[in-house]
Write a protein of this length. Structure first.
Length: 127
């Protein structure tokens, strides 16, 4: 292990991002889950086409993971800064106003603006 500061970062990353994303996805598998992702997953499980299931699950799980990372930053659990190409350093929890997760998942959001891969926009009908 590199050092205790890195270990602290690693523990927060794994517990607050990875584990939270797994718990979030597990909640979507519950029969009483009502969100659009949970409904989509239930429909896919009826189809039993592995390629269709994977094509939907992969972006859903990745989005859940990124959202949990941004949530941890928004809540000040994970303190991160970013150095822009102009060398300006920003504190993500402060300069993001606690809205990074919303900006990522929102309509239009970072996913639809910047992603080159498939995504499922559950809120496209709100436009």
């Amino acid at each position: 292990m590199p050092n205790t500061k890195i270990d602290e970062f690693a523990a927060i990353l794994v517990k607050q991002v990875r584990d939270a994303a797994i718990r979030g996805c597990d909640r979507k598998l519950r029969q009483d889950a009502r969100g659009p992702v949970a409904k989509r997953w239930r429909q896919l499980s009826r189809d039993a086409n592995l390629e269709a299931v994977a094509n939907t699950l992969i972006p859903d799980i990745v989005d859940e993971t990124v959202f949990q990372l941004l949530r941890a930053v928004d809540q000040g659990i994970l303190k991160l800064s970013f150095t822009a190409s102009n060398a300006e350093k920003i504190e993500l929890d402060e300069d993001g106003f606690g809205e990074l997760g919303g900006w990522y998942m929102g309509v239009p959001g970072w996913r639809s603006t910047y992603s080159e891969e498939r995504l499922i926009d559950d809120f496209s009908s709100l436009r």
